[in-house]
Design a protein. Structure first.
Length: 353
């Protein structure tokens, strides 16, 4: 029986080792500086907490063995109830750990703020003074990812490429429901929400192909809402841009409205041209020109609105284009209906038909 038990223990250990051999420790050994610093924070926080956890677990087993019923030599003191030294250890050590953990977390939270521009590319390598961040506009669709490169005038679906060691500024939003933009090798999870914009400043330090996905359940196609993240040398990135520019697709407003429809397992697609102001229209939920943009509605609301009598005077023949600004009929600005005089000055870009 003893031999059988020993063989069973060895089999369990071998099975556990086999399972653990398939683990990917990318979160603790990523290719991006931000993700690496976040991984270091996880390690430091874990070690600080283990200062209490390991002794407590060890003492639990020791007490169970030391004061077992069969140990007649163990000291039995049923009236013992207090020890100042023990109380200092029990309360003092966790308090010191909490202070240290709070200080480390507070500092790291500000240094790793995703909205904060990068101050270094890697450890000991500050961002060059002339380095211009690459801007990528990210839209979480159902159930795919759209990436727009405003500087290059291109876009892609389920594929994103960035140069190695160049700061990247992501502007993230969503089309219908909340999603999470997550590339474990690059940085932590950033939420994208309809009508709102999140930002992420990050950098990738090693060339390679990495996986990105949504980390927030968003419906039937969520499991396959994944994309490829390519870290490329500068020359390879330029070739990738030229390859995308050589494609036939054009991401117009009409093409986006078709792309926005829910679909699953979408292949990688490239668009050689992108309509100007498309991302702003997506963000303000007015790609469809029959809808008034959110920023236009908020501009009207900020001045108290137009009231029921002003609804008929509101004209929107060019609504949906954020570049044109708010558009209000001239009738609204007449003496009987204008309301506060501050309205016209606040709604910059107001035009008459």
């Amino acid at each position: 029986m003893s031999l059988l038990r020993r063989l069973l223990q060895i089999a369990v250990l071998l099975a556990a080792a086999g399972l653990l051999s398939g683990c990917d420790l990318l979160v603790l050994d990523p290719a991006g500086d931000i993700a690496a610093r976040q991984g270091d924070l996880i390690v430091v926080a874990t070690l600080l907490m283990l200062i209490v956890i390991v002794p407590v677990i060890g003492l639990t087993f020791w007490f169970a063995w030391r004061y077992r019923a069969s140990n007649q030599s163990a000291t039995y003191t049923p009236d013992w109830d207090h020890s100042t030294q023990l109380e200092l250890v029990i309360w003092g050590v966790p308090l010191l750990i909490i202070i240290a953990l709070g200080a480390v977390t507070w500092i790291s939270t500000h240094l790793l703020d995703p909205y904060r521009p990068l101050d270094r590319i890697a450890d000991g390598r500050p961002v060059p003074a002339d380095a211009k961040p690459l801007e990528i506009q990210v839209v979480a669709l159902d159930w795919k990812w759209l990436f727009v490169y405003p500087e290059q005038g291109i876009a892609s679906v389920n594929e994103v490429a960035v140069p190695v060691d160049r700061p990247v500024r992501f502007r993230i939003t969503a089309s219908s429901v909340m999603n999470t933009f997550y590339v474990p090798a690059l940085a932590g999870m950033i939420y994208g929400m309809p009508g709102m914009e999140s930002k992420l400043n990050a950098v990738i330090n090693a060339p390679g192909e990495y996986e990105g996905f949504s980390a927030n359940y968003s419906g039937a196609g969520f499991s396959h809402m994944r994309f490829k993240f390519h870290g490329l040398a500068d020359a390879d990135f330029e070739r990738w841009v030229e390859r995308v520019r050589g494609s036939d697709g054009a991401l117009t407003r009409a093409a986006y409205l078709d792309l926005e429809k829910p679909s699953k397992r979408d292949p990688v697609r490239h668009f050689a041209r992108v309509d100007a102001g498309l991302y702003e229209a997506i963000l303000n939920r007015c790609v469809d020109t029959e809808r008034l943009c959110m920023n236009q509605m908020m501009a009207l609301d900020a001045e108290g609105g137009l009231g029921l009598d002003g609804l008929n005077a509101l004209e929107m023949p060019r609504r949906g284009d954020p570049r044109l600004g708010p558009y209000v009929s001239a009738q609204v600005c007449t003496v009987p209906t204008a309301g506060p005089s501050v309205l016209s000055s606040a709604l910059g870009g107001m035009q008459s038909p």
